[in-house]
Design a protein around this ligand. Structure first.
Ligand SMILES: [Cu+2]
Length: 176
């Protein structure tokens, strides 16, 4: 009796998970992260759970909203709309400016003036660097249309051990 109710609970849990995944997939611009190489890094978990805020700014990096991490984007050049040939390197640093192996949980392009994102946001491939685990490569980035410097932004969310923080960053170059 006990076993069968446990099975029922497990089945329900699995069903809910499957449903969640399905709805995630059908939602436009969802970006499933399947390329994570390592489990949550203990140091990254510690950084995310700390109450301490970032110490000042780090050149080339932006601070996340809750001051949990610094992040820097390096974009491929030139950025071209209507293709998936664009990529970016994303680098995370902690509040001591040390590398921190966060995991990207969401990466969404957005054009605030027009209220739309990328029509192929679910095609992106995110890969965590095996050696420099604070560095990710995001490939197959698709811009639905061109835009002047700053017209496209990225909403990125990252974290460890279930704690995440986010930041919106403008793309500082023209998308052709
Ligand atoms: Cu637009």
């Amino acid at each position: 009796m006990k076993l069968s109710s446990l099975s029922a609970v497990l089945l329900c849990t699995l069903a809910v998970t499957a449903c969640d995944k399905k709805s995630e997939k059908t939602e436009e611009q969802s970006t499933p992260v399947e390329a994570a190489i390592i489990a949550d890094d203990p140091n990254a978990c510690a950084v995310m759970s700390e109450a301490a805020a970032l110490h000042g700014s780090l050149e080339g990096f932006s601070a996340s909203e809750q001051q949990k991490f610094h992040v820097k984007f390096d974009w491929s050049s030139p950025l071209v709309s209507g293709t998936k040939g664009n990529s970016a390197t994303v680098t995370f640093k902690d509040h001591h400016a040390h590398a921190v192996a966060l995991k990207i949980s969401s990466f969404k392009l957005f054009m605030p003036a027009m209220g739309h994102g990328s029509s192929q946001g679910d095609q992106m491939v995110m890969t965590q660097d095996a050696t420099n685990t604070n560095v990710w490569t995001v490939d197959q980035i698709y811009f639905s249309m061109g835009g002047a410097a700053g017209e496209w932004v990225v909403d990125i969310e990252a974290g460890a051990c279930g704690v995440t923080d986010k930041v919106r960053m403008a793309i500082p170059v023209e998308v052709q």
